[in-house]
Design a protein around this ligand. Sequence first.
Ligand code: 13P
Length: 257
Amino acid sequence: MSPLWIGTSWKMTKTLAEGRVWAEGLRDHLASEHGGQAPSGVQPFVIPSFTATTAVRGVLGEDSPVLLGVQNAHWEDEGAWTGEVSVPQARDAGAQVVEIGHSERREHFGETVKTTRLKVAAALRHGLTPLLCIGESAEVKDAGGSSAFILEQAAGALEGLSAEELARVVIAYEPIWAIGEKGRPATVEELVEPFAALGEQYSGRVMGLLYGGSVNLDNAAELLGIEHVAGLFVGRTAWKLEGYLELLRIAEAHAAS
Ligand code: 13P
């Protein structure tokens, strides 16, 4: 079985000092409990804000089993794009993963299906793993359109990829209604159908299908039990290191079961 991807985006939180403390704690935990390796059956990842990328890489070290990501990247390699960061720059800072199309970026920063497609291509072009986020609004869900909507988002972003390229993509399904402080945790029943739809289309073709949105220590195990769920993408619960370490333990136990 492929490892369960268990990771967090810090979104727009943490000072450099706070980020270093979190990363040092993770590094030291893996060193003392796992001989410096990832927990068995688990692929940890962390996605700090841009300013903390190099600091976290420095703390984790070059050979860390923890993958490091950025929360966004531009599709061009360089140029007059004030305020943007390119994939080569992200790679230069130590990133291996590029998060693309999070709903907060689609809602507030004009991310579209077209820009997600360009960004997925840019990440692949430079050998980084695109972590494509998809998810529907409460309105779409209430109208019964969840699966069709997320399949369309994914197809639009992944259009034109070869089988080899597709195999390097990770997809995170994050329903907007389940994300953040205003979200409510999804029930297992609500997620079975969207994951069945995603699984039918992408299982065995992409590197992994993750779930994100109000993941917490009480629901993580049952979410990992949903067919086709191969990992968790977590915000608030993992911002405290203790929460993240507990999620790693839950995933390790799940992988062993
Ligand atoms: P929360 O876990 O805080 O709901 O955030 C999920 C998320 O958006 C991860 O990308």
